[in-house]
Design a protein around this ligand. Structure first.
Ligand code: SAM
Length: 293
């Protein structure tokens, strides 16, 4: 592994001074604890000609805390094309930073259209990674982290929410949602009837004073929150469905048959799809069976 202290700068040939390269920088900010701001994120904000922000009051407080005064421009995905063009024009010759109110921009936050437009316009886009509530929650949840699906906020209208749940029901991965206190009980009840009584976890106020992780199955959590609306910000995680009713013998028989006509990877993919199993696991099993043949 090689660690580079700062690879954003180039030495100016004439002055010999280091200057941070121009471009659009997507900079993560803390989700609660201000000490989670990275040194590089601070350097980029210090070097920024322009800071594109969701809410200038929120970012203004962060800049004040860091002792910085910067030109801020409000930006969100409803901003006009000409707003985007102005930001990208500036990013051709100077450092333009995009931040959101908290965490990583573009993750349930504005920035997607700007980043796409930057790529189309040939403007360099770089990341200064940092806090993200979904990843932070997942890392302490005790739920499987080898495969996860981040689904943002579930729709609040029942019909759209049920459709979204139907799409997610067969996904063999931990599901990660953003949620709010007032909606939590309704969402938990809907998920337990839509997905079954799976393992789950509620992470609240991460990195803040009242950080809390509550683990249990969905019915436990429905019971716990039905009359108690939690305060603060929430990430809700649901473990993957159990591979019920799949007999190893059936899977092996299907693999043996598939391996007669298909290469290992295709045989594994076909059987994984049929039984709703993990493709990588079946690939390993199919390879072993092929070798033993
Ligand atoms: N871009 C942010 C990120 O990288 O995590 C997320 C922005 S989204 C608009 C805000 C949602 O993230 C909140 O409603 C909550 O679900 C989740 N969230 C943000 N901060 C959190 C925290 N400290 N603890 C738990 N959840 C948090």
């Amino acid at each position: 592994m090689s660690l580079t202290p700062s690879d954003d700068s180039t030495v100016d040939q004439q002055s010999g001074q280091k200057a941070i390269d121009s471009g659009l920088y997507i900079v993560a900010t803390p989700i609660g604890n201000l000490a989670d701001m990275s040194q590089r994120a601070v350097e980029l904000l210090r070097a920024a000609e322009l800071v594109a922000v969701e809410d200038s009051r929120v970012t203004g407080k962060l800049l004040h805390h860091l002792g910085l005064k910067k030109r801020m421009v409000r930006y969100n995905d409803h901003s006009s094309e000409s707003d985007r063009e102005r930001l990208l024009e500036a990013a051709r010759s100077s450092v333009v930073v995009l931040v959101s109110d908290a965490g990583t921009p573009l993750i349930s936050d504005p920035g997607y259209k700007l980043v796409r437009a930057a790529h189309e316009a040939g403007v360099t886009v770089r990341t200064a990674p940092g806090a993200n509530a979904a990843i932070a929650a997942l890392s302490i949840s005790g739920l499987p982290t080898d495969r996860f699906l981040f689904a943002g906020f579930l729709p609040s209208k029942a019909k759209a929410r049920d459709e979204a749940m139907a799409d997610l029901a067969g996904v063999r991965a931990t599901l990660v949602f953003y949620e709010s206190g007032p909606r939590l009980a309704t969402t938990l009840a809907a998920l337990s009837s839509g997905l079954g009584n799976r393992e789950a976890a509620v992470a609240r106020e991460l990195t803040k004073r009242f950080e809390e992780l509550v683990r249990g199955n969905l019915l436990d959590l429905v019971e716990r929150y039905k009359d108690q609306e939690p305060k603060g910000e929430i990430v809700l995680m649901i473990g993957p469905p159990e591979a019920e009713g799949v007999e190893t013998g059936d899977v092996d028989a299907a693999l043996t048959e598939a391996l007669q006509n298909l290469p290992v990877s295709k045989a594994a993919a076909q059987v994984a799809k049929r039984f709703g199993l993990d493709r990588a696991e079946l690939y390993a099993r199919a390879s072993a069976m092929k070798k033993a043949q």
